[in-house]
Design a protein around this ligand. Structure first.
Ligand code: PMP
Ligand code: GLU
Length: 400
């Protein structure tokens, strides 16, 4: 994949910093934007590429932002967020996640992406290794590289439910291992880690003294009656090694509001605060007011969205399972199917390009997540679109 930088190079007169030459732009954002653009041009595209809920933000959350705006809540707030929001996050983490983080251990950020970025910037430098199970959310390795560290990819397989064994993890640990990134429920597979497995990971983290960066952005979108487990809550000592990341985007349908947070040992939170004070400063003031309201008062709408996602998951599972040339993995959370395409003998980029050109269905190539033998299909879209999209994929696969 050529980077934006490579594509524009002839026009450049000044050498850019080495760090940007090493990264590629976010394919998830790029493909979803391309699908939307084609739709706007009147082309009949079915987009199964979206990395965001198709639902609107609940009305009461919007009204809370309107109230904040009318009340003049339009100025700088403290860099790491308002005390009201940090208290609300601290209370939410204690009551829902059994995590004990005081407000001064919390930094409110411009989205969970920003929380992950800040954390890796303050923890990782040249010589440090960060273990990332794959398939991974595509920004993790790029953020590690931007911090000067080395991503160590721990490949998992569909046969093992896209999970790794403790022995496989142990083999990747070296004296340079600084951080392990965990993401449950996972983007792109929807896999959910269970408590027993997390307890095994905790043993290793304690033994080898590495940190855990736990991305829990999809925590409320979890199906089949399963319970979300926050790794930091499972052992008092591990909390002092865990950075928990969450946010408003996925569970409250607030992707455009850019509101996330990290909760960490105080010295790490203070370093993130300091870094943020020289980059974005505080996240948008009235977005913070809206998220504070959401955390305190909005639950019913979240449950309604979750039920809708679970229903769509069931529908898509049924439709994809009927297609002989592919092998879907049944997700327990988030809103994606990671579908094995190895039987088609196409690499994921060719599959994706041909699918959009020949069948007008947009999906994300697995190579973006480190797996060339799969593609990601989002079910953050209507049941009609899901039915239509799966039908098109089925017909197209018969012909190729
Ligand atoms: N982590 C994962 C696993 C994600 O899928 C996303 C979605 N972009 C993010 C973090 C970032 O979310 P946000 O919109 O809050 O930056
Ligand atoms: N997380 C979403 C996705 O994976 C949004 C895109 C992005 O932030 O890269 O599609």
């Amino acid at each position: 994949m050529t980077s934006n930088v490579e594509q524009c190079k002839s026009a450049l007169t000044v050498k850019l910093a080495n760090r940007v030459e090493k990264i590629t732009p976010s394919q998830t954002l790029a493909i979803a934007a391309k699908a939307n653009q084609l739709k706007k041009q009147g082309i009949d595209i079915i987009s199964l590429s979206a990395g965001e809920p198709d639902f609107d933000t609940p009305i009461t959350i919007k009204q809370a932002a309107e109230r904040a705006l009318s009340a003049g809540d339009t100025k700088y707030t403290p860099v790491s967020g308002t005390l009201e929001l940090k208290k609300a996050i601290s209370e939410k983490l204690a009551s829902e996640n059994k995590l004990n983080y005081a407000p001064d251990q919390i930094v409110v950020t411009c989205g969970a992406k920003h929380a992950l970025y800040n954390t890796l910037q303050v923890l990782v430098q040249e010589g440090d290794e960060v273990i990332i199970p794959s398939p991974y959310w595509l920004s993790y390795p790029e953020m590690v590289v931007l911090a000067g560290g080395t991503p160590v990819i721990l490949k998992t397989r569909i046969e093992n439910q896209y999970s790794f064994s403790i022995d496989e993890l142990r083999k990747q640990i070296t004296p340079k291992t600084k951080v392990l990134i965990l993401n449950s429920p996972s983007n792109p597979t929807g896999a959910v880690f269970q408590r027993e497995f997390l307890l095994e990971i905790i043993k290793l983290a304690k033994q080898h003294s590495f940190l855990i960066l736990s991305d829990e952005i999809y925590e409320k979108l979890i199906f089949d009656g399963l319970q979300h487990e926050s790794i930091g809550a499972l052992d008092p000592e591990i909390l002092s090694r865990t950075i928990t990341v969450g946010g408003a985007s996925k569970c409250y349908a607030m992707t455009g509001w850019r509101l996330g947070f990290l909760a960490a040992p105080k010295y790490i939170a203070a370093a993130c605060d300091s870094l943020q004070s020289h980059s974005t400063s505080n996240p948008t003031s009235f977005s913070q007011a809206a998220y504070t309201y959401a955390l305190k008062y909005v639950n019913e709408e979240v449950q309604t969205m979750k039920r809708a996602f679970e229903k769509r998951r069931d529908l898509m599972w049924r439709l994809l399972s009927e297609i002989p040339q592919i092998k879907p993995f049944k997700p327990n959370g988030a809103f994606y199917f990671f579908v094995d395409i190895s039987k088609t003998e196409l690499d994921s980029m060719t599959f994706t390009n041909r699918l959009i050109e020949e069948a007008r269905v947009a999906v994300i190539p697995g190579i973006s997540f480190g797996h060339d033998e799969a593609v990601r299909l989002s079910f953050a879209t209507s049941e009609a679109q899901i039915e239509n999209g799966c039908q098109r994929i089925r017909e197209w696969l018969k012909k190729i």
